[in-house]
Every structure is written in structure tokens, then in C-alpha cells.
Design a protein around this ligand. Sequence first.
Ligand SMILES: [Zn+2]
Length: 179
Amino acid sequence: MADSTVEAPPGEDEWLPLALVNTRVTGSRGVFERLPDDDAVTSWLLGHGVAGGAGRHGIVSLRSDVRTVLEALPAAGALPDQALARVNAAAADPVTPRLTADRTLRWEPVGPCSATALIAREAIRLAVSDAAPRLRVCAADDCDRMFVQDHGRRIWCTPRCGTRMRVQRHLARRQDVAQ
Ligand SMILES: [Zn+2]
């Protein structure tokens, strides 16, 4: 089961929405929740360089919708419209134009929902990036973390999941032989 000391699956460092999705791991050994309360949400956001607080409710509902959209991306067909509408709505939080000293236009979030808006916008950017068709869910039965497949055959989020599953299968086979 994942814990905070586990190495990050490929793609997490680059894509904040992927990191958010992976704060909740569901599998055969139950649910592992890294954002159980507002404090955990605040420190997770700060740890990922996101200023502007967001309540737990907003973040975990966005997490669920982002996951639904990300899971649907590699397959053909329309994206799930309700989750998509909520991600788009979160991304549409007020922004303000800012001219920087090097003459660049930057759109910066306004107001208390800036963290969710920022993550929703990153999710949209991920959805149209070349990483989208390579999004995968870990094949381990006790892990559903998502990752960007960095080579053609990778099915585990991290080598740790692959090793754990191989050991489980090996033990199961030995039990079969012993019976
Ligand atoms: Zn895994």
C-alpha cells in the first residue's frame, strides 16, 4: 500500500493534477487517504508550491472529477460530460491579466478558489498534452495510482508495486503446489 515515503509515479512531478489524484489510493487493502482534513490539504498544497488555500471539500471533489476525466483520456470517445463540466467550471474561476516587466501577459487567479482553479487548468493542459494517451492506472490489486507510461510496457505505478505483486503471485503458486 502506498504511503508518503513511496517514490512518485512517473508524471507526478510534472503534473499537479496527477499528484492530486494519487493522494487517494483505493484497492484490495482498503483506502489510503492522504488528505483527511483541511490541515492536510493546506500542507499538501504548500508542499506543491500552490498558494491560496482551498477547503478540503473543493479539493477532494475536484480530485474525483479530475480522476474521472484522466481515466477516460487514453480511450477513444467523448469524455464524461458531468465531470468535464465541473473541471471546466473550476478552471473558470476569476483570473486577472498581469503584465510582467519582461512584457509577458500572465493570467493570475483572483479570490479564495485559486488553488482549485490552478489545478483544474493544469488538468486541462494535461488533457491536451502528449502525455494524455499514456495515462495509466497501476495494475496492482491494492493500488490505483495513476501515472504517465514512460515506456511501452510499464503497468505498475512504481517498481515497488511490481515487486509486491510478483511476490504475491509467487507465494500463491507455492500454496497451489503445496495443496
Ligand atoms: Zn501502484
